[in-house]
Design a protein around this ligand. Structure first.
Ligand code: MN
Length: 735
């Protein structure tokens, strides 16, 4: 088992002014809270955090990270709390431990292959600090190294997860040796027989190839010296997993894989890389199509090198990789390759700033690094600022844009789930349908049969899918309402011109004209179009009876309104009072009835409905200025429900002398009249006059009259006027 002193020595070697004290305290705390716990191998549990801390020294991590190595399992596996960690070790360490605790709580078991990329993204997104991932990888490496202690049936899934999730993460962070070791260890447990077999073959080859490797190395070295290039040459057999993957991918036998040998030339600068390549190609013939210049075009993880495959001394293929020392460091150590320490904190070696570009890219980070605090800030990043990773209660992952709400989530599962959602549980707790979801949230959508989407949802949903589905639903709903409204208006129009609607409908004439003259599908689409206000009943009648002179009859229209309406009233069964609005319109539901903002009608006022495309029926005062220019075909006669009890806001403008107490008197009078003041604004005070604007809730015009008269009776009040442009839409939508 590794000793604390070994770790401290290693840290001080690369970071002489490191805060060793925090590491010591973390060790003591970890030993205390893990006391009595053992690993499956029977060793004291403490051995695990110690090994993890030791692995982290290989990445030249800063003191808080090494301390976190000791503490990484304390919150998850002991009685220690995150608050305790924060009190004892400060904000930085507690944030790191918290990140690891959150990652530990996510279960990746039994994931499909296709989901692996999403999981890798989610880990990056949840970590919020690159150092959390580095610690997580060190943790996983030690667990993999000791996987033998786990029950056989658990080894496979842990190894699979390592291969699918963690090895690619190590690769993405550019930590070459870690990726290789995780891959080989995974294969050992996923396919033990193949692993042992390939391992054996490679061992044999190694013994076989020792002379060969020496010969190639010497040849290259000789050539380098000849040209005065200083460089290191090493030869090795490729790792087991990479050979296994190649055999699988290309469906090859072991003996057919002829480039299992890899040589590496490390030189000082970039020009020497190309020079060395030229030398190698002058000794051995390059294999066409196997030359890759990752210096000019780095890999996505910013790996840089020249790879070439040549035909070796005995006609055998061998791969040669050529890179600079910098490139090699980046390839092996990734993030930590160029950390330097100043006053115990990591900073980036300025001279090597260019080779550090890969991480800058990775982080979409464009600032210059000025000091160590800023550098630490750059490690805390939003890897995927645009995506949030969520789960269904069954464990299926959904990736949605940041800001997504439970409604977006519901629609991402199924349109019907979206339409019918009435509530949500986020991580087991009841939540609001419009709240923002966070990475890792488990979202359970509660639905109710027969529940319908709300227009309000459009205010908070962020996915285009949810938006489109909600709009589609509303549109469909409006179409239904427009159909009802249109049929009603059509019938009324027919009656106005003394045409028997029912008989004409039965005769099929309406349908014929709708199809032939209006290119519509049938009567329903005709009514819908009339409901939207796109076709007028008169326009239709003129097509239906081209020879009749409808315009001559128009003079009779005003007197017909009443009659028509009278008839409506008798057919009370066909009439629906629109609950809440106090308006009677046959066959029209509340959804389609709204009050005009311009004139704000009150019960008792003479009113008229204006068919407004896409909005339904807007109720105006009969004398409203807005109706002056409107085609009368769009007007529908309506009336208030009898004895309705409602309250509607109305705007009152009161001009008074600017005297003390007058405002109080006004408010008092309104209160006495049992009316509610919604708002009050002193509009202007000119000279000794004041103009107050009240928004008052009143029941009807009688009520309003009473209030107006009471206000006028106040001594200093000069004028009371009901004014327009104050009333909001009242026709409520169904939730
Ligand atoms: Mn652990």
């Amino acid at each position: 088992m590794v000793r604390l002193d070994d770790i401290l020595d290693k840290v001080s070697a690369y970071n002489p002014s490191a805060d060793l004290e925090i590491i010591r305290r973390a060790y003591v705390f970890s030993a205390k809270v893990h006391e009595g716990q053992t690993r499956r191998s029977g060793e004291p549990y403490l051995s695990h955090p110690m090994e993890v801390a030791e692995i982290l020294t290989h990445f030249k991590m800063d003191a808080p990270v090494i301390a976190t190595g000791f503490l990484h399992d304390t919150v998850e596996d002991t009685h220690a709390t995150i608050k305790e960690i924060k009190d004892l070790f400060g904000e930085e360490v507690s944030t790191l431990v918290d990140g690891l605790t959150k990652l530990a709580r996510i279960n990746f078991d039994r994931r499909e292959d296709r989901e692996a990329e999403n999981f890798r993204k989610m880990i990056l997104a949840m970590a919020k600090d690159i150092r959390v991932i580095v610690i997580k990888l060190a943790d996983r490496l030690h667990n993999m190294r000791t996987l033998d202690a786990m029950p056989v049936e658990k080894r496979g899934s842990i190894a699979r997860e390592t291969l699918d999730i963690y090895a690619p993460l190590a690769n993405r962070l550019g930590i070459g040796w870690l990726k290789t070791e995780l891959e080989d260890l995974s294969l050992k447990y996923i396919d033990p027989e193949k692993y042992a077999w390939l391992g054996g073959l490679l061992e044999e080859k190694k013994a076989d190839k020792e002379q060969y490797i020496k010969k190639v190395k010497d040849t290259i070295k000789g050539k380098l010296e000849e040209y005065g290039v200083e460089g290191e040459v090493s030869g090795r057999l490729k790792n087991i997993h990479s050979i296994y993957a190649k055999m699988k991918e290309r469906d090859l036998e072991f003996d057919d894989i002829n480039d299992i040998l890899a040589f590496r030339i490390i030189v000082e600068d970039l020009n020497q890389c190309y020079l060395a390549m030229g030398m190698v190609h002058s000794i051995w013939k390059p294999v066409p199509g196997r030359f890759k210049d990752y210096i000019a075009i780095p890999k996505p993880n910013f790996y840089q090198a020249i790879h070439t495959t040549v035909v070796g001394p005995y006609g055998e293929r061998m791969e040669v990789q050529i890179k600079t020392r910098d490139m090699h460091m980046v390839a092996e150590y990734g993030i930590a390759a160029h950390w330097k320490y100043k006053e115990g904190k990591p900073v980036v070696d300025k001279k090597r700033d260019s080779s550090f570009a890969w991480i800058r890219q990775l982080l979409e980070w464009q600032r210059d690094l000025k000091d160590s605090d800023e550098f630490l800030d750059t490690l805390k990043v939003d890897f995927f600022p645009e995506e949030v990773f969520l789960f269904t209660p069954e464990g299926d992952m959904k990736v949605l844009p940041v800001g997504a709400t439970p409604v977006d989530f519901a629609y991402s599962i199924h349109t019907d789930i979206g339409h019918r959602c009435i509530g949500v549980k986020v991580n087991g707790k009841r939540g609001w349908l419009g709240e923002r979801l966070h990475n890792g949230d488990v979202v359970e959508v509660l639905t109710d049969e027969g529940h319908a989407p709300s227009r309000d949802w459009l205010k908070f949903v962020v996915t285009s899918r949810a938006k489109a589905r909600i709009r589609q639903w509303i549109k469909g709903e409006e179409r239904t309402e427009s159909l009802k409204l249109g049929r009603n208006i059509c019938e009324e129009g027919f009656m106005r011109y003394a045409v028997d609607f029912e008989a004409t409908l039965k005769s099929g004439e309406i349908e014929r004209v709708a199809i032939e003259d209006f290119s519509l599908e049938g009567v329903d689409s005709l009514f819908t179009q009339i409901g939207y206000g796109k076709i007028s009943p008169l326009g239709f009648l003129k097509k239906l009876y081209p020879k009749r002179d409808f315009d001559a009859k128009e003079t009779k229209k005003p007197s017909r309104f009443g009659k028509v309406f009278g008839k409506f009233k008798k057919k009370s069964s066909a009439r629906s009072a629109t609950a809440g609005t106090g308006i009677i319109v046959r066959g029209v539901e509340e959804r389609m009835v709204r009050f005009a903002k311009c004139c704000g009608p009150l019960p008792g006022d003479k009113i008229v409905g204006l068919i407004t495309p896409g909005e339904g029926l807007i109720i105006h005062l009969k004398q409203c200025k807005k109706l002056f220019d409107v085609n009368r075909e769009r007007l529908v006669d309506i009336q208030w429900e009898k004895d309705i009890i409602t309250s509607r806001p109305v705007n009152l403008e009161v001009t008074s002398k600017d005297e003390k107490g007058v405002l109080a008197a006004m408010c008092n009078v309104i209160k006495e009249a049992d009316a509610n003041i919604i708002s009050l604004k002193i509009d202007s005070a000119i000279g000794n006059k004041a103009v107050c604007r009240f928004v008052v809730e009143v029941m009807n015009i009688t009520h309003l009259k009473k209030i107006t008269e009471s206000l006028e009776s106040i001594k200093d009040v000069l004028k009371v006027k009901r004014v327009a442009d104050s009333v909001e839409v009242v026709g409520k939508e169904k939730p």
